[in-house]
Ligand binder design. Structure first.
Ligand code: HEM
Length: 539
């Protein structure tokens, strides 16, 4: 009877649902106060549009084109506006501007225990007060003054990296090196060494240790796509049923990065590393003479915990170490790959960099006996600095707008009022293509732009957005500069690099971080041998 009645109501029910959907779409388009902002037709009606765009794998390319077509403000979703106007940088990311991170970030909060407990980390929290206290507690660890303690740790990974590459590939025409993969191994091991005083084994073994690189790749895919419709996260990874199952012990919800950080933290704290190092110390008493006492990130986080035990709890120490692994490894690897890609693709730039290194060599700038370059020495190489900055400009590691929520009172961006609650964001990919700031040849890798005119360079510096900006700017910026300034000349002083297939282009995939693949198969020749070949064979 009831069923019959319901069936009789079908047409009415369908009409009602249809009206509901139409009302929702109408609200999406007109209810957020940004109907005037231009953009693709469907984007104004549903976030599914940007979900699909990110799923497609090259959203940064589309963002650049959309801004060329529509101007400095582009509506990417019912409540989301991408901004490319440089003047908006100070407004949106200015210190104490009141803009908080959007729902894109909590999607990146991962479970740190089997029971699915989430902990807000420095990178992904949206609570600005909590963030300020967390960052204040550990800011010293990331300061420029800490680099002197970090330098020997970077050196130790660099020595092993050069050794492994030499043994496995150098002067072996039948051995092709996947250089992109090795740069990633390097970046992961340096973060391990800086955080836990221990290389994690990527470089030593030439493998993806504990599969963390592929786990992170999968996590980044999830974050980038689900982050466009954060409500989906509650249906997927943070689904209450899934969390209930983890609490009951039926599944382990701990994220791979947290497991990874936990394992290496436990290893480091158990004293095992101390013992290994003591053994090594005996073997290599001489070479370790120049190392200052070990002051890795973990010991600094633990010290912060001693000062403020109620706040920097062991769980927060774990989240800080996880943040380093998450935020500091792939990003640095991507930037190193960019630098080598463009150097190998534009031989005149490589030649100029080599010339500057050789000239420095002649003046006796480099004081180490091996091919490593000290941080202070690398800073004396202006062209190296320009190459690194140009790499960061032309291919920023983060490939999506850094989303923030417009605070109370709204904002005027590019002359247009944007109401409070709107998500706005600038992507370094669009900002760095601004010809008025960076010059007409923005698509060309031209390090000279950073050296031609100091006034222009100062302006470009203000708008270099690869590390984000304001209170949430990259904490590890100094560390990443340390790695890049030291590794690039060390490699170039050790090897001549030859592309196995010089005509091959790289493949890019933007999963929050814009990762490269497919290009980096190279032959490596030791410098001394190359010089001999030139002298003997004239090649
Ligand atoms: C070239 C290398 C790097 C690039 C391009 C990079 C880029 C970025 C960007 C764009 C952000 C801001 C994200 C946002 O606002 O949404 C960020 C934040 C962060 N990065 Fe980096 N990063 C790099 C290296 C590192 C390294 C080596 C570490 C650790 C040692 C690190 C640790 C962090 C942390 C902890 C944050 C969160 C900061 C906060 O919210 O207070 N990064 N990074």
């Amino acid at each position: 009877m009831l069923l019959q009645q319901l069936l009789g109501q079908w047409p009415a029910l369908i009409t009602l649902c249809g009206l509901g959907v139409v009302a929702r779409l109408f609200h999406n388009k007109y209810g957020h106060g940004i109907a005037e902002v231009p953009g693709p037709f469907l984007a104004a009606y549903t976030d599914l549009w940007r979900f699909c765009l990110v799923w497609g794998g090259r959203p940064e390319k589309a963002h650049i084109k959309l801004h060329e077509r529509y101007g400095p403000l582009v509506r990417l979703g019912p409540n989301m506006v991408s901004v490319s106007d440089p003047a908006a940088l100070k407004v949106v990311y200015g210190l104490s501007a009141g803009y908080v991170k959007s729902g894109f970030y909590p999607v990146q909060q991962q479970a740190i225990s089997a029971k699915g407990d989430l902990l807000q980390g420095m990178f992904n929290t949206t609570d600005e007060k909590y963030h300020a206290r967390l960052r204040r507690s550990v800011n010293n660890a990331y300061a420029m003054s800490s680099l002197v303690h970090f330098e020997p740790l970077v050196d130790s990974t660099t020595v092993e990296f050069l050794k492994q590459l030499t043994e496995r590939y150098a002067d072996k025409p039948d051995q092709i090196c996947d250089f992109g993969k090795w740069l990633q191994f390097y970046a992961f091991d340096v973060i391990g060494e800086l955080t836990f005083s221990k290389r994690l084994g990527f470089v030593d073994r030439g493998v993806d240790v504990d599969n963390i690189i592929s786990d992170l790749e999968r996590a980044l895919f999830y974050f980038s796509v689900v982050g466009q419709i954060p409500a989906l996260d509650k249906l997927l990874l943070k689904n209450p049923v899934r969390i209930w199952f983890s609490r009951m012990g039926f599944l382990n919800a701990t994220s791979p990065v947290a497991i990874f950080a936990k394992t290496h933290m436990a290893h480091r704290l158990s004293g095992a590393i101390q013992e290994e190092e003591e053994e090594e110390e005996e073997k290599k008493a001489t070479s370790r003479k120049e190392q200052p006492t070990r002051r890795d990130f973990l010991s600094r986080f633990l010290e912060a915990g001693q000062k403020d035990p109620a706040f920097i709890t062991p769980e927060r120490v774990l989240s800080l170490t996880s943040a380093n692994v998450f935020a500091g490894s792939d990003t640095t690897a991507i930037s190193l790959r960019t630098i080598f890609y463009y150097l190998l693709k534009t031989p005149d730039k490589l030649k100029r960099l080599m010339r500057s290194i050789e000239e420095a060599e002649k003046t006796g700038l480099f004081t180490r006996e091996d091919k490593l370059v000290r941080w202070a020495e690398a800073n004396e190489l202006p062209y190296l600095g320009a190459v690194i900055k140009e790499g960061l400009r032309i291919h920023p590691a983060a490939g999506l707008p850094l989303e923030r929520i417009v605070p109370k009172g709204g904002a005027t961006l590019s002359g247009q009022f944007v109401p409070p609650g709107t998500i706005v964001g600038i992507s370094a990919w669009t900002l760095h293509r601004n010809a008025q700031i960076f010059g007409d040849d923005v698509d060309t890798f031209r390090p000279e732009r950073w050296l031609d005119d100091p006034e222009k360079a100062a302006v470009m510096n203000q708008f270099l957005f690869s590390f984000g900006g304001g209170a949430r700017t990259c904490a590890g910026k100094n560390v990443s500069y340390l790695e890049m300034y030291k590794l690039v000349p060390a490699i170039l002083r050790t090897f001549d690099i030859q592309l196995a297939d010089p005509n091959k282009e790289w493949h890019l995939s933007n999963r929050w971080f814009v990762k490269q693949s497919d290009f980096y198969k190279v032959y490596l020749y030791c410098k001394a041998v190359s010089i001999l070949l030139v002298l003997i064979l004239g090649i």
